[in-house]
Ligand binder design. Structure first.
Ligand code: AHR
Length: 549
């Protein structure tokens, strides 16, 4: 069918602007997506839509926490606009207080009467050398455990607390658990908790045992860390809760860290794996140099100013997540034959050089563009495709930081394109991930030497009842991809589309222009012959919502 014919067919049937159903024989598309309804992968955990809040730059102060007395609208001191937006996302999880900050943090500094809490030098103070003094340098401890749990409760998230393994003894770890979880009035720490307005227990289930213990979290060898991990988790008070401990896992492709940790852990018997719920994996897409360097500072790109090849390279860097999950999972399986331990990708996102932060004190603050929206989408799709392996993920970080969903400065607030992707993808949470086959022309781009390549389309599908959600990324900056979409083993009766794109690959929302990048909704379409043809615009994220017969 030619273009003219297709337009006629489209308007005659009253279909969505870019969507139509046609018989299988009329193949016009250059791509094909096949969802296998009979091949479930696993349930997509809500926790995959998790967040990360560190005492770093403008994340807590100016971002999440404005204080009860602030002129900025707030819910018990938590920025109201942020709370309202989080409520639109899956009820997931919030990780706190770091990051590297966690292994310098004494939880006792952040409890009790606020006015009596000490000021401490923040872990990140050295990185803020030339910047004016403020809470990013000197931690005021106004936001502590009670305030964090409040932030989780008002925004519908469960708390995930990262404990200090580098600079506090194991005793502080189990007493923090006692502070948070011991029953009302039962212990002195429960009474201290009550002075912060919370007599009842927080019931915190998720506990990180250190952070990046291979680096800022103690510079351990994997063997040393495994010994510490066993010591920290050997005894803690449980109060009837099924506590879930997360071990400090590898930096990107460091398979040696995974293998050597697991090998040392199980030296005391495979039963030790029962005390490890999640194995943290951290992966940032930071090297935009297209093979020129592997230097952490040299390799970083600009958040707002980048060329087409750099756009592709950064997406490719993020796409490494797929292989990282598979490789670490395989390595874990060498020791964990019963597959008790899942992956917890508790830091992920893009990391650019400084320059696009909304305020100089927002260390690592960056403005996210359409590129970051595609990066978020392809990463969430990756997690869905590995729903049997990934139990949790936490985008770094919630506000005013790396791959943030929000930017905030005093009383101004904006949702970034990353937020829109999280909201578009929300129907996947709790759904059954389905195996999905995609065939599309591979794209190529220029690297420092040679040519790079990236898939033409990628995505994921899930089903809840009779509703199937398919999300797809088209990374090509100029070419739309027209794809036949078939659901094998089910009949599609209608489809709706939601698309996030822009004519400008650098498009972003700012405090001055908060709605430059927003998703658009397509009208409902009817099924014909079971095969849908959809045109995925260049540089886009698309959600197709299909009702099955
Ligand atoms: O997210 C910023 C930092 O990146 C975290 O503090 C640390 O864990 C990681 O290296």
């Amino acid at each position: 069918m030619g273009d003219a014919g297709r337009r006629e067919f489209l308007s005659g049937a009253g279909f969505a602007a870019a969507t139509l159903f046609l018989p299988r024989s009329a193949r016009a598309a250059d791509s094909r997506i096949e969802v296998l309804a009979g091949e479930p992968i696993g349930t997509i955990a809500n926790e995959i839509y998790g967040h990360f809040v560190e005492h770093l730059g403008g994340v807590v102060y100016d971002g999440l926490w404005v204080g009860e007395g602030s002129k900025v609208p707030n819910v018990g001191g938590i920025r109201k606009a942020l709370v309202d937006h989080l409520k639109r996302l899956p009820a997931a999880v919030m990780r706190w207080p770091g990051g590297c900050f966690a292994d310098s943090y004494d939880w006792r500094d952040g409890v009790g009467p606020r006015e009596a809490r000490p000021r401490r030098t923040n872990f990140w103070a050295n990185d803020m050398g030339g910047l004016p003094d403020g809470p990013g340098k000197y931690e005021p401890n106004a936001f502590g455990t009670n305030e964090f749990v409040r932030a989780c409760r008002v925004s519908g998230m469960q708390p995930y607390v990262a404990a200090n393994l580098r600079s506090l003894p194991a005793r502080d770890f189990y007493q923090w658990i006692e502070y948070g979880n011991s029953p009302e009035g039962s212990t002195s720490l429960a009474e201290l908790r009550a002075t912060g307005g919370d007599p009842g227990p927080f019931r915190v289930r998720l506990w990180g045992v250190g952070n990046e213990s291979w680096g800022c979290g103690g510079n351990f060898t994997p063997e040393e860390y495994a010994t510490e991990y066993r010591r920290f988790t050997a005894w803690v008070p449980r109060y009837g809760l099924d506590l879930a401990f997360v071990g400090s896992g590898p930096n990107s492709g460091d398979l040696g860290w995974t293998r050597r940790f697991f090998a040392r852990l199980v030296e005391k018997g495979e039963g030790q794996l029962g005390g490890l719920w999640g194995w943290a994996l951290h992966h940032y897409a930071w090297n935009a140099s297209r093979g020129r360097t592997t230097d952490w500072f040299e390799g970083k790109g600009d958040a707002l100013r980048f060329g087409v090849d750099e756009w592709y390279e950064l997406l490719k860097e993020a796409d490494k997540m797929d292989g990282l999950i598979a490789q670490h999972w395989t390595a874990m399986g060498e020791f964990d034959r019963r597959r008790r331990v899942k992956l917890a990708v508790d830091e992920w996102g893009a990391w650019y050089k400084a320059g696009s932060e909304v305020h100089p004190t927002h260390l690592f603050g960056q403005t996210s563009t359409l590129r970051d929206a595609l990066l978020a989408a392809l990463t969430l799709d990756t997690f869905h495709r590995h729903a049997d392996k990934v139990a949790m993920a936490n985008v770094a970080q919630l506000v005013n930081c790396l791959h943030s969903l929000f930017l905030a400065r005093e009383d101004r607030f904006v949702a970034t394109p990353n937020f829109h992707v999280f909201e578009m993808y929300a129907p996947h949470a709790g759904g059954q991930s389905l195996r999905t086959l995609v065939a599309a022309p591979t794209l190529t781009y220029e690297r420092a030497s040679g040519t790079g390549s990236l898939w033409g389309l990628a995505g994921s599908a899930s089903i809840k009842g009779k509703t199937l959600t398919l999300t797809v990324v088209n990374p090509h900056v100029r070419e739309a991809r027209e794809a036949e979409v078939a659901v094998r083993g089910a009949r599609v009766v209608s489809a709706r589309e939601t698309t996030l794109t822009s004519d400008d690959i650098h498009a972003h929302n700012s405090l001055a222009q908060p709605d430059a990048v927003e998703p658009s909704e397509g009208a409902a379409a009817e099924a014909r012959g079971g095969v849908l043809v959809h045109r995925f615009p260049p540089a886009s994220v698309t959600r197709l919502t299909m009702e099955l017969g």
